[in-house]
Design a protein around this ligand. Structure first.
Ligand SMILES: *[C@@H]1O[C@H](CO)[C@@H](O)[C@H](O)[C@H]1NC(C)=O
Ligand SMILES: *[C@@H]1O[C@H](CO)[C@@H](O)[C@H](O)[C@H]1NC(C)=O
Ligand SMILES: *[C@@H]1O[C@H](CO)[C@@H](O)[C@H](O)[C@H]1NC(C)=O
Ligand SMILES: *[C@@H]1O[C@H](CO)[C@@H](O)[C@H](O)[C@H]1NC(C)=O
Ligand SMILES: *[C@@H]1O[C@H](CO)[C@@H](O)[C@H](O)[C@H]1NC(C)=O
Ligand SMILES: *[C@@H]1O[C@H](CO)[C@@H](O)[C@H](O)[C@H]1NC(C)=O
Ligand SMILES: [Zn+2]
Ligand SMILES: [Zn+2]
Length: 597
């Protein structure tokens, strides 16, 4: 009875993870209850609090021993699959495929962490029955070197050189995208061969993309690349991951690698050999999605299959030393120009959805300690640093997020830009000084996705960065967002219903123009937030642009408070606090973390 229930909970968690829902947040005291409530207690009428500590430990010892055998692993997988079906988390076939996919990684990770009797029983029965230190807090160490005096950036002299940087994120190419297939289906991803044909009332997949939970056909990705090639020259390119589509229940390693290779080579082909592209690893690059074992996992379960291929494909863009750390942990640093360095972080090591972190979430792969080391070296050289990554740091696990914020505070004079993706929306998050939480000292730009997922126009971003000259701040001065207006692209004016053959990617907005700013320094972005608060029409404009000009729902009272809270919170605990202050009971932080992306 006990183990079975536990296992169906695993099923639910598994499906949650794979289908992109977020797990309930954990509150330290009653973690176990929150973790399991609403899952099967009401169905089975069983309360873990009734179980005595020795009984709990006995149950889990038996379970752990049982799981050592492959036959039982098979049985666990079966139960998980059944739970997914019976709880109607997804269509039967999707459930079965998900379980199959997850079997090896997820069970292995659980065996190494949650299923140890001491932790499982602390979680389920209470802290008197064991120690629960999954996601325990940790601190990186900063060097003794004193923080240099802060000199806020000032606008460059008119005519100073600028760099034009192309920014691509969340391409999500769907190989099985099919024009005319159903755009409404119950799977997490539609517009595909097997989405079922549209009945007369339902919407169909369009030629260049679709306003629905659909990803992009290759032709749209190619068309974008042809267009950005014409819009060049680019000084360099940042590309922050999420290459494959959202069919997370049916992905294989082989297919993921093939998509990585195809898209990398397309970018290389269209942008030419003289443009350097700096990529970052997204949460969708792996399969199962979000599964990024830190380097303490060896052998076939490790991420070598992925990082080795990345290193091979990205060789034309990255120096040898960068390829080395890429193979080790999916992160690297490289000099962009004399005086400017980029650090590409593997943000999957900060994500709650990466279940391997249940085993050990203490600075996975030593990435943040490594970052400190790089930043100190840059500070010593007087070099500026841009940080790129997939998941915004404000959505990371608490301790990771806290440490990152702390590092940003220490190295505010060195870090001159932060660039992320993952939310698919056009937004940003502020960083303040830790002492007063009032002086803005950094901003993480979150750029909109290339993909339409969900209900969006395809798009890309261009950053204008203070250029290559003595004394340059290397800060972002401005940015532009370009979109493909699907309403127009899918319907040529000449032939009703027919798609345009040469669709136009158009400028949606230029930030300084849209908001009446001169630069996009942290103080400007902070001021913009104040304006959102005071002038609702400016906020409504932001809301429209946030969705690349295709808004599904308006944003009033609660939604607006939530949004402003998000923009202010470059640190996860700030987001939670803001949330509680506004009486949303932690829902906002949870929703913000939702991994649709
Ligand atoms: C568990 O405890 C509750 C009260 O704490 C009680 O009502 C319930 O009957 C108990 N269930 C079992 C299976 O012992
Ligand atoms: C980390 O550092 C902060 C402040 O410097 C301190 O309050 C906290 O207790 C430390 N945490 C750990 C786990 O050492
Ligand atoms: C690349 O740069 C080299 C040297 O600067 C130049 O000779 C070549 O024409 C460039 N190639 C392209 C495709 O722009
Ligand atoms: C490694 O794992 C993959 C994915 O689970 C599997 O397809 C492959 O057969 C495994 N290879 C070996 C040598 O075990
Ligand atoms: C987790 O990893 C850290 C850093 O690698 C290490 O110091 C620590 O001992 C590990 N914790 C456990 C419980 O294994
Ligand atoms: C897209 O095109 C439609 C039809 O011309 C127009 O109504 C809409 O405003 C356009 N959207 C954007 C963001 O330009
Ligand atoms: Zn993502
Ligand atoms: Zn994404």
């Amino acid at each position: 009875m006990g183990p079975l229930m536990r296992l169906s909970s695993l099923g639910l968690i598994t499906c949650f993870l794979l289908l992109g829902f977020s797990l309930p947040a954990r509150v330290p005291q009653q973690t176990g209850v929150v973790f399991l409530e609403g899952i099967d207690s009401p169905r089975v009428g069983f309360n873990w609090k009734n179980v005595t500590c020795p009984l709990c430990k006995a149950l889990f010892t038996i379970l752990d021993i049982a799981l050592l055998s492959e036959v039982n692993e098979e049985r666990v997988a079966q139960v998980v699959g059944e739970a997914c079906i019976r709880l109607h988390l997804a269509d039967e076939q999707v459930c079965r495929q998900i379980t199959e996919l997850f079997r090896d990684d997820f069970i292995r990770a659980l065996q190494q962490s949650l299923l140890w009797p001491s932790e499982a029983c602390a979680l389920l029965v209470g802290s008197s029955c064991g120690k629960f230190d999954i996601y325990a807090p940790w601190n990186i160490t900063l060097p003794k070197d004193p923080k240099p005096p802060v000199k806020p950036p000032s606008p460059p002299k008119p005519g100073s050189p600028q760099n034009r940087v192309l920014f691509l994120t969340d391409i999500h190419w769907d190989k099985e995208y099919e024009v005319g297939s159903s755009a409404d289906c119950k799977d997490p991803l539609c517009c595909r061969k097997d989405s079922g044909s549209p009945s007369w009332r339902r919407r169909e997949a369009g030629y260049w993309g679709t306003y629905s939970k659909c990803d992009l056909p290759l032709r749209t990705v190619e068309n974008l690349l042809e267009n950005v090639a014409k819009a060049g020259p680019w000084d360099w390119v940042y590309w922050t991951g999420d290459i494959p589509a959202h069919n997370v229940w049916s992905q294989t390693r082989k297919q993921q690698l093939s998509e990585l290779t195809v898209i990398t080579r397309l970018i290389h082909k269209h942008l030419g050999p003289n443009v350097t592209v700096y990529p970052a690893v997204g949460n969708h690059e792996s399969t199962p999605v979000n599964s990024f074992p830190p380097p303490f996992v060896h052998g076939n379960r490790s991420s070598s299959w992925l990082y080795d291929t990345m290193a091979k494909e990205w060789t034309p863009w990255l120096p040898e030393q960068a390829l080395k750390t890429l193979r080790y942990g999916g992160f690297y640093t490289a000099e962009v120009q004399p005086g400017l360095r980029v650090v590409s972080l593997n943000m999957n090591f900060c994500a709650r959805e990466n279940f391997w972190l249940m085993v050990n979430s203490t600075d996975p792969a030593n990435q943040l300690q490594w970052l400190v080391h790089i930043l100190q070296a840059s500070e010593d050289k007087g070099e500026k640093v841009h940080i790129i990554g997939h998941i915004p740091p404000g959505l990371c696990l608490g301790s990771w997020s806290w440490n990152y914020y702390h590092i940003l505070n220490r190295y505010e004079s060195t870090i001159s830009g932060q660039f992320f993706g993952h939310t698919h929306l056009d937004e940003f998050q502020m960083f303040f000084d830790e002492e007063t939480m009032s002086r803005p000292l950094g901003v993480a730009f979150i750029a909109p996705s290339v993909t339409t997922y969900v209900n969006l126009n395809p798009g890309y971003r261009v950053y204008y960065v203070d250029g290559n000259y003595q004394g340059s701040s290397r800060f972002v001065l401005d940015h532009e967002t370009y979109i493909l207006n699907l309403t127009e692209a899918n319907h040529s004016p000449g032939e009703p219903g027919g798609p345009q053959q040469d669709p136009k990617w158009t400028l949606l907005y230029r930030a300084t123009q849209a908001y009446g700013l001169t630069t996009l320094f942290p103080s400007d972005c902070n001021g913009l937030m104040q304006t959102f608060l005071k002038e609702d029409q400016v906020f409504q404009k932001f809301w429209y642009l946030r969705h690349k000009g295709h808004v599904s729902e308006p944003c009033k009272e609660t939604c607006k408070t939530t949004m402003l809270c998000f923009l202010r919170s470059g640190r996860y605990d700030e987001l939670e606090q803001c949330d509680l202050l506004n009486g949303f009971g932690g829902n906002l932080a949870r929703a913000a973390r939702k991994t649709l992306c």
